[in-house]
Design a protein around this ligand. Structure first.
Ligand code: NAD
Ligand code: TYD
Length: 348
């Protein structure tokens, strides 16, 4: 039986990856290693928590001894590394927290994997999940490819770029078997409501202002989280060793256009008059160092592994909005406590 540790498996993307692997591969044992920070939530996984091939381990990847002991104990065959501090606005407030988890944490995992696999790398794989934000910002034209130079602008993207470099360096220096993917903005169920789409859904439900940064003319390429998890499954099993793949939604939206679309969907769902939710749009101070545009050329993963998104943006948004409307308890739980003070500091 293959033993695979998925880090950050209680978070947004991680929980979808854990669910896919636990249900699709009963022959694997899946260990979900997560510190349960503000962004980690075991409520995301209640449907699979009793499966015989699933174990949750509460632990912090910044704890070097804990990580070394854990790898000694379990002798994992694969690592799918998603644990991270993931929110750009938080990275602007506290860059060091991002260095600790995203850089130090990644290097502790690399050291532990290297020690286990040095003499038997056959069938082993360290899969590092990264972001397109490492490439910096595009102008009005062009797309990020796997050969675009790294040019990170935020403390978040700088920490992810650094961790990507460490993974590649361990591949070159110690022949550690690895693969890296750089993905565009995800959306979907279980997304913590500090990021644009879930924050705005939550605010529309609660009739709160929708804080659009700057003029709203910033562009992101949105991908449904389940399609990202499908890509991760493909790359983990069939991606080329020591290679990187870009993953994107072929789905660019200016923030303000996306917000208007979301408002009109929510008007329909909440039985409000057309245009009512859009009245909540409020232009606020811009994010410092705000990247103008991200857009991915995902043709390599499409050609080599046959991956493409399975749902349209309209379908994905419909699933997402319905999920938030049907899971008000989840929203209540994650927006109480520490979230409330973050929100107050960020927006009021
Ligand atoms: P998230 O913030 O929702 O979840 C992160 C998870 O990591 C949480 O469960 C948290 O508890 C855990 N974690 C944080 N610090 C930890 C630590 N020190 N030790 C152990 N666990 C820790 O993030 P997400 O949006 O699901 O992103 C997952 C990964 O995908 C990240 O590496 C992120 O950089 C990358 N990524 C995200 C997006 C996106 O749009 N969300 C896009 C591309 C890549
Ligand atoms: P976000 O969801 O934080 O993802 P990222 O910064 O990683 O792309 O933000 C998506 C876009 O939405 C980005 O251009 C910033 C913008 N934004 C707002 O305009 N208002 C907000 O309150 C937030 C959180 C984001």
């Amino acid at each position: 039986m293959k033993k695979i540790v998925i880090t950050g498996g209680a978070g947004f993307i991680g929980s979808h990856v854990v669910r896919l692997f636990v249900t699709k591969y009963p022959e694997y044992h899946i260990y979900n290693l997560d510190a349960l920070t503000y962004a980690g939530n075991l409520e995301n996984l209640v449907d699979i928590e009793n499966k015989p091939n699933y174990t949750f381990i509460k632990g912090d990847i910044t704890d070097e001894t804990f990580i070394a002991d854990l790898f000694d104990k379990h002798q994992f065959d694969g690592v799918i590394h998603l644990a991270a501090e993931s929110h750009v606005d938080r990275s602007i407030e506290d860059p060091l927290a991002f260095v600790k988890t995203n850089v130090f944490g990644t290097v502790h995992l690399l050291n532990a994997a290297k020690k286990q696999w040095l003499n038997n790398p056959e069938g082993k794989r360290f899969y590092h999940i990264s972001t397109d934000e490492v490439y910096g910002s595009l102008g009005a034209e062009g797309l990020f490819t796997e050969t675009t130079a790294y040019d990170p602008n935020s403390p978040y993207s700088a920490s992810k770029a650094s961790s990507d470099h460490f993974v590649r360096a361990y591949g070159e220096t110690y022949d550690l078997p690895f693969v890296i993917t750089n993905c565009s903005n995800n959306y979907g169920p279980n997304h913590f409501p500090e990021k644009l789409i879930p924050l705005f859904i939550n605010n529309i439900i609660n009739n709160k202002p929708l804080p659009v940064y700057g003029d709203g003319n910033y562009t992101r390429d949105w991908l449904f989280v389940v399609d990202h998890a499908r890509a991760i499954d493909l790359v983990f099993h069939h991606g080329k060793n020591h290679d990187t793949y870009n993953i994107g939604g072929f789905n660019e939206w200016k923030n303000i256009d996306l917000v208007r679309l979301l408002c009109s969907i929510m008007d329909g769902k909440l039985g409000r008059a057309a245009g009512k939710s859009a009245e909540l749009i409020t232009y606020v101070k811009d994010r410092p160092g705000h990247d103008l545009r991200y857009a991915i050329d995902a043709s390599k993963i499409n050609k080599e592994l046959g991956w493409k998104p399975s749902v349209t943006f309209e379908q994905g948004l419909e699933i997402t909005v319905n999920w938030y409307l049907n899971n008000s308890e989840w929203l209540q739980h994650v927006t109480s406590g520490a979230y409330a003070s973050y929100y107050e500091k960020q927006y009021l």
